[in-house]
Design a protein around this ligand. Structure first.
Ligand code: MTE
Length: 328
């Protein structure tokens, strides 16, 4: 679906139906695209390239510190399908700051995670800048096995390590005017070289956002690790969001900033393709993506994607009992 179209005179202008911050960001982005003659269909959220390194080499080269004494939350101990092989979850990634294919694990090793800070501010009573090691110690760490569903219709099951987002929220105490939360990923064009020729038009840095009630939901999780160890860089070290009832793009990786705001903020994929990547982005088998069906999903496994098992997509990715009431 092309992104660039001239609205008819009887249509409502974007600025009347979209909060201003979203509108202004999108207009700047679209102006750049028009100048270059690029359409949304040319900016796919897909791409796959085989990597010469074996899974074992990748695991060895991106080994991170193991957690001691970790316990799995019994409420989220297993799902209706096996846990994805760790070697696949750490080699088949989306991280556009490091490239537009799934094989970004090597390029992502450039991410500098030393002395990492996470700034939390905006409409909160206690703005704070957490040093990542203090943040790791401050909140009780647990393991949760979640289904993970990408908007591209592939799915995994990952044992994440981390803590519920609502704990951080309670620590900074959002003010009553705060309605949304924006998450910003690390960005430095000297390091995050992007996804080829089109990435100069992308609205960097990568940002995502939730409603505050969504962040307060028990399922919303900050991951600090996976498979019993600290997050490897390609999976979004040292801190990422995991929102299991939404498509994977709603979970920003390598977070440096969290801001509580009043108006719905502009976000990365929603700015690029508002019809393709809606703000809410709840997993929904009945709402097709404009370019493909969401009725089923391919379970990431060994071999080529055409040989992967296909399963019906679950509404809210199977988490309706926890989250459906947020949308009633
Ligand atoms: N966060 C940043 N900063 N950059 C990205 O490109 N991709 C998103 C999300 N978070 C992305 C990101 C998408 S589209 C998906 S599906 C998941 O990360 C992929 O996470 P994984 O590589 O750990 O499977």
């Amino acid at each position: 679906m092309p992104l660039i179209r001239v609205p008819k005179s009887w249509e409502i202008p974007d600025r009347e139906i979209t909060p201003e911050t979203v509108f202004l960001n999108r207009r700047r982005f679209m102006t750049n695209l028009i100048a270059a003659g690029v359409t949304a269909a040319m900016l796919p959220l897909a791409g796959c390239k085989n990597n010469a390194a074996t899974s074992k080499e990748i695991l060895d080269k991106t080994a991170t510190q193991a957690y001691n004494g970790l316990s799995r939350n019994p409420k989220f101990a297993q799902v209706d399908r096996p846990i994805t092989d760790e070697a696949l979850a750490t080699k088949y990634n989306n991280f556009y700051e490091y490239g537009g294919t799934k094989s970004i694990w090597e390029a992502a090793q450039a991410l500098p995670t030393e002395n990492w800070k996470v700034e939390v501010g905006g409409l909160v009573k206690n703005p704070k800048t957490y040093d990542i090691d203090d943040l790791y110690k401050k909140f009780p760490i647990e393991e949760r096995v979640y289904r993970f569903r990408c908007v591209e219709a592939w799915a995994m099951v990952v044992p994440w390590v981390g803590f519920p987002m609502k704990l951080l929220m309670a620590d900074v105490e959002p003010k009553s005017e705060a309605k949304f939360v924006r998450f910003t990923s690390f960005y430095d064009p000297k390091i995050t070289k992007g996804a080829g020729v089109f990435s100069q038009f992308y609205p960097w840095p990568y940002t995502e956002a939730l409603r505050v009630e969504e962040m307060a939901n028990d399922l919303a999780f900050f991951a600090t690790g996976l498979y019993g160890r600290k997050l490897p860089k390609q999976n979004g070290a040292p801190l990422r969001q995991v929102i299991p009832w939404k498509y994977g793009f709603k979970g920003a990786k390598s977070i440096v900033k969290i801001e509580f705001v009043e108006k719905q903020p502009a976000t990365f994929w929603n700015t690029i393709g508002p019809n393709e990547y809606d703000f809410e982005a709840n997993v929904n088998p009945e709402k097709p993506h404009p370019r493909w069906s969401q009725a089923s999903e391919r379970i990431v496994g060994p071999g080529n994607s055409w040989s992967w098992e296909t399963r019906p997509t679950l509404a809210y990715n199977g988490y309706g009992e926890y989250v459906a009431s947020l949308y009633s």
